[in-house]
Design a protein around this ligand. Structure first.
Ligand code: BES
Ligand code: MN
Ligand code: ZN
Length: 496
């Protein structure tokens, strides 16, 4: 899909559809829409009076052959209340408009930037939203919905003076949107098409192409490093585990900046192991590698956006299976850090593999850690599929992430991890146990377990179990993998 700036006036443009948003207020026909209304003989205000157009969030009004315009269609999209307008609204409106038009076989359309929108940031947001909205989860359909994909979006309203800022925004937005779709593609893959080995091959191919340093650790190397927690999960099935390490080094490393370690859970299928999951809905456990998938999308984007910080990405990957060699509840495992773990529930496997991923990232020189994982069903109970859970051991570091989540339009909510929760995972036989002792707070328990391996290193944990997957499509996004956390983490890395 092409996304380009169009500096001609909207009235000059022959386009399949001209899209404009409008606000829910007493007179939604403002600014350029007022001009369009006059050209169209008062049609817009007539529609407002008749109650057909109100500006309510995601209200669509499609007008064919609008008078006074060369556009074949005018699409009005409600953007809700003016006071609540922000980047998240731009994303919804742009994405939903694209999907609305593509369902009607439109191939090229133009979006009108209103006066105050003509910034680099707006162009970036529109590009991200359009690229994300154009993606379909239909790779394995022989009858492809995507045959209807949009091939060109023109952003209208930028003058010659604002053109370079607009173009810069479009380029950044494209990189970020494509990175998010790269993640969604990986996360949508079924487990027979994406084993740890295949994921590692894809990570290596991406890293090579993006010019990142890549190292793939195989089962031998993983054993040499004594990653006992990861190996304990992997022993349950025949597919060997992998650990992917991708490194981005900025051109001029500034000594006072942190080295960020990104650790992503990549369980390519989670049966639960001997503590097996119910059959109903188990097929969704192919998305249990969404944390690792998100980190790969982030690495792909920063390779071209080039932030000032060094980033070390560590992705432990395995299946969680129920073979004859599978670990059993009560087994004691020794993590890479040397801590002993009593595995009381083999379905709490994500925290096990992250333990070794975090130890390894620290050993490689990370001074700050961020992990992302589809870790607990409990975070879905707490926050549903609206907010990702954020846990942090260093408030200044966590605040930076929360600010980035707002800026990137991905909802996240901070959860507590005070020391009072420490006793939940105190071991009776080993140093720690991998589930809490029946006191609720399942998402916090998972975070507390991971925290044990971070030591004094500032650390953030993102529990994305609720936000990584859409069961149903949204007006602005296809169903399936969402690519959650990709934009927030890119924004945060770029903020240094
Ligand atoms: N991968 C699951 C968590 C999950 C649940 C992800 C729902 C996506 C949607 C994780 O490995 C798991 O099984 N967690 C257990 C932990 C429990 C045994 C302490 C859970 O949440 O039930
Ligand atoms: Mn599990
Ligand atoms: Zn899992």
């Amino acid at each position: 899909m092409q996304i380009t700036l169009e500096t001609r006036n909207y009235s000059e443009i022959e386009t399949e559809a001209l899209v404009s948003y409008l606000f829910e207020e007493s007179d939604p026909v403002q600014g350029q829409l007022d001009e369009i209304d006059r050209g169209a003989g008062g049609l817009l205000r007539k529609l407002v009076k008749g109650g057909e157009v109100s500006g309510k969030m995601l209200e669509f009004t499609l007008i064919h052959s609008p008078q006074g315009l060369k556009a074949a269609r005018l699409l009005l999209v409600g953007a809700g209340k003016r006071e609540q307008f922000n980047g998240a609204v731009v994303r919804k409106v742009t994405g939903a408009a694209l999907r609305y038009l593509k369902a009607r076989s439109v191939k090229k359309f133009s979006i009108l930037a209103l006066e105050k929108d003509r910034t680099e940031e707006f162009a970036q947001t529109v590009a991200e939203a359009a690229i994300i909205a154009n993606f379909e989860s239909d790779k394995y359909k022989t009858d492809k919905k995507n045959d209807k994909s949009i091939d060109t979006v023109f952003l209208v309203g930028y003058s010659d003076a604002g053109k370079s800022a607009g173009e810069k925004g479009l380029a950044t937005g494209r990189t970020i949107g494509e990175a998010q779709n790269f993640t969604r593609d990986l996360v949508n893959e079924p487990a027979n098409k994406l084993t740890p080995k295949i994921l590692a091959e894809k990570a290596a191919a991406m890293g090579r192409e993006a010019d990142l340093a890549v190292e793939i650790l195989d089962e031998q190397k993983i054993a040499d490093l004594k990653m006992g927690a990861l190996l304990s999960v992997a022993q349950g099935g025949p597919e060997p585990p992998r650990v992917m390490v991708l490194t981005y080094v900025p051109a001029n490393v500034k000594p006072d900046l942190p080295v960020i370690g990104l650790i992503g859970k990549a369980v390519t299928f989670d049966t639960g192991g001997i503590s097996i999951k119910p059959a109903d809905g188990m097929e969704k456990m192919k998305y249990d590698m969404a944390g690792g998938g998100a980190m790969l999308g982030v690495m792909r984007a920063i390779a071209s956006l080039k932030p000032n910080v060094k980033v070390i990405c560590v992705i432990p990957s395995t299946e969680n299976m129920v073979g004859g060699k599978a670990q059993k509840p009560g087994d004691i495992q020794t993590a890479m850090s040397g801590k002993t773990i009593e595995v009381l529930n083999t379905d709490a496997e994500g925290r096990l593999i992250l333990a070794d991923g975090i130890t390894f990232a620290k050993q490689l020189g990370a001074t700050h850690l961020i992990d992302a994982a589809t870790l607990t069903g409990a975070i879905v109970v707490a926050l549903s599929n609206v907010n990702a859970g954020v846990f942090g051991s260093d408030q200044a570091f966590t605040d930076r992430l929360l600010a980035s989540s707002k800026a990137a339009g991905e909802k996240m909510w901070q959860m507590p991890i005070d020391d009072d929760y420490r006793e939940f995972i105190k071991g009776s036989v080993g140093d720690i146990q991998n589930i809490g002792s029946g006191k609720g707070g399942g998402a916090i328990t998972g975070a507390m377990f991971i925290k044990e391996f971070t030591g004094d290193t500032p650390w953030i944990h993102l529990d994305i179990a609720g936000t990584a997957w859409n069961d149903d499509q949204k007006p602005w996004m296809a169903k399936g993998a969402t690519g959650t956390a990709v934009r927030t983490l890119i924004h945060m890395l770029m903020s240094y």
